[in-house]
Design a protein around this ligand. Structure first.
Ligand SMILES: [Fe+2]
Length: 182
């Protein structure tokens, strides 16, 4: 199933798709990163020959990695800013394995029972990544991830600047005006 997504949640950046076998890892070690296992990517090698990431590196400091999700797991509803340990308003992601999985967003997280609300139902906005395509992802919107029968690897960029110094809308506008010259 493919769910197109409203640009306020996630935006497909017009750029070269990634390919898992070409992504240079620092080594094969897995680090526990919050609740995920992560393999670190060699950023300097990775950006070479990729116009978008070369542009990004001229404008922002960032690290990137491959985040692993085990088969048949969910990553529960959360927002990456505010009360959580991270304060990320935005990240750049690409799904690099053809694992059946999807993301849900909601604007009504507070209604949900699991967060102390009183409702059993709330509005959702489903989203599926197109394989290997790069997306700007609004982590300030409540989201959850559902992975099915295969291991899922997500390429993910972690910016040095936190929210609110770096926001989803600000970087989206900068990519459009300065990288895409729209
Ligand atoms: Fe998140």
């Amino acid at each position: 199933m493919n769910y197109p997504i409203d640009e306020k949640y996630a935006w497909k950046i017009p750029s070269k798709p990634l390919n898992l076998v070409d992504i240079p890892l620092v080594n094969n070690d897995e680090h526990l990163y919050y609740h995920f296992y992560l393999k670190q990517i060699d950023v300097e090698k990775f950006i070479q020959g990729n116009p978008f990431f070369e542009w990004l590196a001229e404008n922002y400091k960032f690290s990137c990695g491959l985040i692993k999700m085990e088969p048949n797991k969910i990553y529960d509803w959360h927002i990456d800013v505010g009360k959580t340990k991270t304060n990320r308003g935005v990240c750049i992601n690409a799904l690099v394995t053809p694992s059946p999985s999807f993301v849900l967003f909601t604007d009504n997280l507070n209604n949900l029972m699991s967060h102390g609300g009183e409702e059993f139902q709330t509005d959702i906005v489903p989203f599926t990544y197109d394989l290997n395509e790069i997306y700007l992802f609004n982590t300030s919107k409540a989201h959850s991830v559902y992975n099915f029968e295969k291991e899922r690897l997500l390429f993910s960029v972690e910016f040095e600047l936190d929210y609110p110094l770096l926001t989803y809308e600000r970087i989206k506008n900068k990519i459009k005006t300065e990288f895409l010259n729209e």
